[in-house]
Design a protein around this ligand. Structure first.
Ligand SMILES: [Zn+2]
Length: 190
């Protein structure tokens, strides 16, 4: 049974719907590819927006392509700067998350939800899931080696037909254990 796979760290960023891109950047605006990211079809764009909370605002890079839900993925530390509660959620599920104002070059929108600290997870395709002895929706523990090594609990397996084998944590979680992009981590079954 395989147990090791690479880790990748995500900084704060946001995903926007087609409608919200129109409102922030202008009708039918196309995001500009800056850099492809590991998951197929996903990319960091050149575009940035300002996210405004009760206490402050911060600049967020937009990831493309457009999604069905606008989602602002913050680090826990950003929650204090912005003045929003910390709500941990699996990407795609914005129910119960706080809102914010988003300012783009061509407009401003108010969202009543969408700001989250994204929960750590592992992407793998269905074949790989078999090789690792897990399935979509499972939770595992993950061991990170090294001087600041630690074990992550509650790591969700997200398995479908089109994804790259990779564990995703945010930069706070990654820095906490000294992990760098591409480092190998180990799945430990619960
Ligand atoms: Zn991910």
């Amino acid at each position: 049974m395989k147990t090791k796979l690479p880790i990748a760290l995500s900084n704060k960023h946001c995903h926007l719907t087609r409608e919200d891109i129109d409102a922030l950047f202008g009708k039918d605006y196309q995001l500009t590819l800056k850099k492809k990211i590991s998951q197929p079809g996903q990319f960091a764009s050149e575009e940035k927006v300002e996210i405004v909370g009760e206490k402050g605002s911060m600049t967020f890079r937009v990831l493309g392509p457009a999604r069905s839900v606008t989602q602002i993925e913050i680090l826990a530390g950003d929650a204090f700067k912005l003045g929003v509660p910390i709500v941990y959620k699996d990407s795609g599920d914005i129910e119960g998350t706080p809102g914010c104002t988003i300012i783009g070059p061509k407009g401003k929108i108010v969202k009543d939800k969408g700001v989250m600290v994204a929960a750590r997870h592992i992407h793998m395709n269905v074949e790989q899931a078999k090789e690792y002895g897990v399935k979509d929706g499972d939770y595992v523990k993950v061991k990170v080696e090294g001087p600041r090594g630690l074990t992550f609990d509650n790591v969700l397996i997200r398995s479908n037909d089109k994804c790259e084998l990779e564990m995703h944590v945010d930069t706070e979680e990654g820095n906490a254990c000294g992990a760098k992009n591409g480092d190998l981590i180990e799945i430990i079954k619960e």
